[in-house]
Design a protein around this ligand. Structure first.
Ligand SMILES: Cc1cc2nc3c(=O)[nH]c(=O)nc-3n(C[C@H](O)[C@H](O)[C@H](O)COP(=O)(O)OP(=O)(O)OC[C@H]3O[C@@H](n4cnc5c(N)ncnc54)[C@H](O)[C@@H]3O)c2cc1C
Length: 389
């Protein structure tokens, strides 16, 4: 697709973010639920169809544009950004793996922003260790029967459709995991909201309980053997765009602090004219540049279809930790004004903690990155020895 189409999508997203999302977002950190009309507007702007092929009603744009969209929305509200992107991702999964009847049933609703959707892996007893999942899928004639519980799922509180990962084989065997499209209005499926002081309502966090839910054969979108690898690949992409979202939140905080530093006068001059104050902003700005550079490499690798496991994990670690260090400093740089509801600092700080867990918790990613680097290290050492020899 053309650069003009990319630009047009991002312009529509920026308008929605600034004119419609920004005024509502402070309320979402204090318990208000988003107006469903906002998601319909996002649908009209094409936000749920970014990567979905044009033949399926989407825009057929690239992963890079999705990452840029995620960053732009997160500048204003991380929860809204995650909600939009997670519904979008289910659409992408349907477009790639669902039979035509299911695509026709769900895709138009999803693209219009009338149907929220989620991807459900995590369970009360299985987060980082996904192989430990206990949700089971059992064959019953031409149907599957699903039993289990999913928790901390983006959009779950309002989703009508879930991609549910469940064990079809022996417990603990990742090759036995399959992924099913589940209509959450089906008998035996229940949803509930997970409310937490740190969780913005816009992210729609929730849990799903499945008790004897009957799922037709053709709803198995990713069969055992294929599902685990497919989702791990998808999660590399998620790590890259979550890193971009963190960069977006920090960029917004920096802009707000810089504007405040120009307007606010203390001891007879603007805040920004005090070197100790300006130094903190300069430090945050440099850290953001570094996080952006690594994030751009991760986005590039995912977009090019290269192995992005290491770079995506490292980009997410660095972007999250950069926010975790810089956002409290920028909040402090604002004085008490930074705590007010119309300022994004405390919302973005809470969102940073969420970003540190969603799509791979930081310490787990550090362990993975260390393993991948160690694997690379002997190969590099051997190459150096050869060069020197
Ligand atoms: C905002 C938000 C949105 C989410 N959205 C979704 C969603 O849409 N779908 C979904 O399926 N899940 C979702 N999750 C769940 C998320 O994927 C899990 O929270 C995450 O995988 C961590 O699992 P856990 O919370 O059970 O923590 P645990 O796995 O119990 O980990 C606890 C702590 O131990 C650390 N740890 C784990 N393993 C290691 C290790 N090997 N070495 C060192 N330290 C380790 C972790 O970093 C963490 O700090 C979401 C979570 C949040 C907070």
């Amino acid at each position: 697709m053309s650069a003009a189409a990319d630009e047009a999508l991002l312009t529509r997203a920026a308008r929605l973010a600034d004119e419609r999302v920004a005024p509502a977002a402070p309320g979402w950190s204090m318990g208000a639920e988003p107006d469903p009309a906002l998601f319909a507007e996002a649908g009209r702007a094409g936000l749920f169809g970014v990567e979905i092929p044009r033949a399926e009603g989407g825009l057929g744009l690239s992963f890079k544009v999705k990452a840029a969209l995620a960053e732009r929305l997160a500048r204003v509200d991380f929860g809204f950004a995650m909600s939009v992107i997670n519904t979008h991702n289910v659409g992408l999964r349907l477009a790639a793996s669902a039979p035509e009847a299911l695509r026709r049933r769900w895709l138009p609703e999803l693209l219009a922003g009338r149907l929220h959707a989620c991807t459900a892996l995590t369970e009360p007893g299985a987060g980082s260790d996904l192989a430990a999942m206990r949700t089971v899928a059992t064959r019953e004639g031409a149907h599957w029967r699903l039993d289990g519980e999913k928790s901390w799922i983006v959009n779950a509180r309002r989703a009508g459709l879930a991609i549910v990962f469940a064990q079809c084989g022996a417990p603990g065997d990742v090759a036995g995991i399959g992924a099913f499209a589940v209509d959450l209005a089906a008998e035996g499926a229940r949803r509930r909201a997970i409310d937490a002081p740190f969780a913005l309502t816009s992210i729609g966090a929730g849990a799903i309980a499945l008790t004897g839910v009957r799922v037709p054969e053709d709803h198995l979108l990713l069969p055992p053997g294929a599902a685990f690898g497919a989702i791990m690949n998808e999660i590399n992409g998620a790590r890259a765009y979550v890193a971009a979202m963190c960069c977006g939140m920090l960029a917004e905080a920096l802009d707000r602090a810089a504007a405040h530093g120009a307007a606010r006068r203390v001891f007879g001059k603007p805040l920004r004219a005090h070197p100790a104050w300006a130094a903190e902003l300069a430090r945050a700005a440099a850290a953001l540049e570094a996080a952006r550079a690594l994030t751009a490499r991760a986005v590039e690798a995912v977009a090019a279809g290269r192995d992005a496991q290491l770079v995506a994990a490292e980009a997410k670690i660095v972007a999250v930790e950069t926010c975790q260090r810089a956002l409290p400093e920028l909040l402090h740089a604002m004085g008490a004004k930074g705590l007010e509801a119309d300022q994004p600092f405390s919302r973005h700080l809470a969102a940073t903690q969420m970003a540190g867990l969603a799509d791979g918790a930081t310490w787990l990613l550090r362990a993975r990155a260390a393993r991948l680097r160690l694997r690379e290290a002997p190969a590099r050492a051997a190459a150096t020895e050869q060069d020197e020899g």
